[in-house]
Design a binder for this molecule. Structure first.
Ligand code: NAD
Length: 453
């Protein structure tokens, strides 16, 4: 699916007309380029600011960034003439009162006009739930409100996201570093205004950041097209051997996708009662191990509840939530250290959506399933997380009538739909060893979709 409006306003008269008329001006996003794995992590120097309390913490962050061979500055005035910041990292882990946030927030405000297109702002703060002192909790939650508002103010494809560390998780924990790197990179192009919680120091920094999944085996359901096909490609690019699952009717396109990455195809309806066993058999035969499961297969059966048939309700629930629930009964016991279950939720499951009572029931169910599964799989060193896409350009959304489709596409801070690869990159990050400290979370990939809770 192409976004013709974005093409139109990206250059020439279309650009100036959109500006004059006050129309949305979506920017081309800085995305991963499969052909250039060596592309810089950020598009310019990185400024590290702190709350004045966490100076040791911001030293750790600055050292990490230097280790990644980035051009790191600590002083907003240090940027040379004509240059633009590639990223700003705000280390706010020491804030014990909202009063501590003013100085770094205003220092950031002073450099916003000099952010490069596709720049990143990342906050690092502590989890509010771990504190009891009202001023401390106010400061920690204050960061959330600040970040979400800031993300709505950024332009030119720049995004702002936050890392929330549980108390006791050090700044150089594998998942603190992994999340920082994900947010800075082009991999997080369509993740905006989000805070991701790092609950533990589990996980591992990969030997090679460009192939973190080397040696792992992943299963992706609904792999024949759309988001699933993109997930297959990105997991394979990151080093995984991949098994793609889809219904027999999609067999040809499934084979095509899986041949492309030299993976293997399994034609299977995931609502079959023995679906998980058949997947395990297939994986055991070919690869002898299973590390990552991506529950991606999904269907839409939209109707207002007043017009909803029993079939539409039941078919949707069967594929979108009952099948993953049943399969996890088998998979959860199979996954060992480094195991990952990643399930597709949706912003509809968070905010609700007219005509989607069945879909939102299932997708909110995915979030609940993930939350409950997390402590269970943690006992064997695995994690369970969800990804909630907003409007993504796929065959599924191409079927939405033109006017509501255009409205849905623009209703986010980046004023455009995401691409399947954007969701796939978030899934690949959650599948990676560096995400081992992220568990039970739902990461939205929605360009900061304006629908809230
Ligand atoms: P899609 O319709 O393009 O692809 C879904 C795939 O799942 C198809 O190949 C289909 O054959 C397969 N599938 C359906 N039922 C199956 C079954 N019973 N067994 C095995 N395979 C089955 O959808 P998409 O847009 O790529 O969405 C992928 C996932 O992301 C879904 O879970 C969807 O709900 C979720 N999602 C999508 C969007 C979006 O904007 N596209 C937004 C939020 C969430």
């Amino acid at each position: 699916m192409s976004d013709k409006y974005l093409d139109l306003v990206s250059r020439g008269w279309g650009r100036s007309a959109a500006k004059k008329l006050g129309l949305p001006q979506p920017a081309r996003l800085r995305r991963t380029d499969a052909a250039r794995v060596d592309q810089p992590l950020v598009p310019g120097p990185v400024l590290v600011l702190d709350d004045g309390v966490s100076t040791a913490a911001s030293d750790t962050v600055a050292e990490t960034l230097l280790g990644w061979e980035l051009d790191v500055r600590r002083d907003p005035d240090e940027l040379g003439k004509g240059k633009r910041w590639g990223a700003v990292v705000l280390v706010l882990t020491g804030a014990t009162s909202p009063a501590d946030l003013g100085e770094p927030a205003l220092a950031l405000g002073g450099v916003l006009r000099r952010l490069a297109p596709g720049a990143r702002v990342v906050t690092v703060s502590r989890r509010a739930a771990d504190a009891t002192e009202p001023a401390v909790v106010a400061a920690r939650l204050g960061v959330d409100g600040f970040l979400r508002s800031l993300a709505k103010e950024l332009r030119a494809g720049a995004t702002a996201n936050g890392i929330v560390l549980a108390d006791g998780v050090p700044l150089d924990a594998p998942s603190a570093l992994g999340t920082l790197r994900f947010f800075l990179s082009a991999r997080s192009a369509f993740v905006d205004g989000q805070l991701l919680e790092v609950g533990s120091a589990d996980g591992e920094v990969p030997a090679d950041w460009t192939r973190p999944l080397a040696g792992t085996v992943a299963v992706v359901t609904g792999a024949a097209r759309g988001i699933g096909a993109a997930v297959v490609r990105v997991l394979a690019r990151d080093g995984a051997r991949v098994v793609g699952v889809d219904v027999p009717a999609a067999g040809d396109s499934l084979s095509q996708v899986m041949n492309e990455v030299r993976g293997s195809a399994l034609q299977l309806d995931i609502t079959a009662p023995d679906a998980a066993e058949r997947i395990l058999e297939h994986v055991a035969d070919r690869y002898g191990r299973l590390d990552v499961v991506v529950h991606n297969a999904g269907i839409l059966r939209d109707k207002l509840l007043a017009n909803m048939s029993e079939d539409k309700w039941k078919d949707l629930l069967a594929v979108n939530i009952l099948a993953p629930l049943r399969m996890n009964e088998t998979f959860a016991g199979q996954l060992g250290t480094g195991g990952r279950i990643i399930s597709l939720a949706s912003t509809s499951g968070i905010a609700g959506n007219r005509g989607q009572t069945n879909y939102a029931t299932a997708k909110a169910g995915i979030i609940g399933m993930t939350r409950a599964l997390a402590p269970v799989v943690a006992r064997s060193g695995a994690t369970a997380n969800a990804v909630a896409p907003g409007f993504i350009e796929t065959d599924m959304t191409a079927r939405i009538p033109a006017v509501p489709r255009e409205v849905a596409r623009r209703a986010n801070s980046l004023q455009q739909g995401g691409r399947p690869v954007d969701v796939a990159e978030a899934i690949a990050f959650l599948a990676s060893p560096q995400a081992g400290g992220v568990n039970g979370q739902t990461l939205r990939v929605c360009g900061q979709n304006l629908v809230g809770q």
